[in-house]
Design a protein around this ligand. Sequence first.
Ligand code: CTP
Ligand code: CA
Length: 225
Amino acid sequence: EAYFSEKRDFSGKKVLVTAGATRERIDDVRYLTNRSTGKMGYAVAAAAARRGAEVTLVSGITGLPAPKGVNRITAESAEDMFQEVTRRFDEMDLVVKAAAVADYTPASPMVGKMKKGGDFALELVRTKDILAELGARKERQVLVGFAAESAELERYARDKLRRKNLDLIAANDISRQDIGFASDENCLHLYFADGRSVQIEKCEKEQAAERLLDYAAELLEQKGR
Ligand code: CTP
Ligand code: CA
């Protein structure tokens, strides 16, 4: 299709992308998850590979095929994803964290299949924030986060950008029904560490991914990578 970039501007670059929802185990047959399908992150991974990058995709369980030329690693839970991402971070030029990582996980997952009884409360504990960890460890990498917001998008997105020491954040307005989760289209609000902001108008996720990588390429160049 016409909108696929013919550029090879990522050749020689190492790119790590995360995608999809994590699953947090309750017992051996049940888990907590969210509505993310992984499409946006897979589109970024595929586009970066087409543009010449060496791409590692750390993905939740999605049912999507691995994009051509991409090294896919499956990470089921937030903890798995934390391990797989952090141990590869130092060698990367660019990290794009599109995954919808669970914020909470069951405190003590049960072995086997839990038997029903009376009502009970499931105790949840906080997961590690992968992106915040990368931001704290960042040296010359370009770090791109995503944000899913249902209100006050700009304020929350800019807050995450600053708190997690990102170079760029791509915010999704999840109050819109026509885009986002499970949709083939998306609209992204981009906020940069230098204060700039731009909008990627509603378009196919493949095209949004190309545009996002155009901005990431500029940031890589600014850092001399
Ligand atoms: N993220 C992460 N590790 C977590 C939670 C989130 O790496 N444990 C990353 C996501 O991959 C995303 C970014 O942080 O790139 C923002 O995720 P989001 O859920 O929008 O923000 P949170 O910081 O989790 O804050 P909240 O859910 O309270 O809005
Ligand atoms: Ca969250």
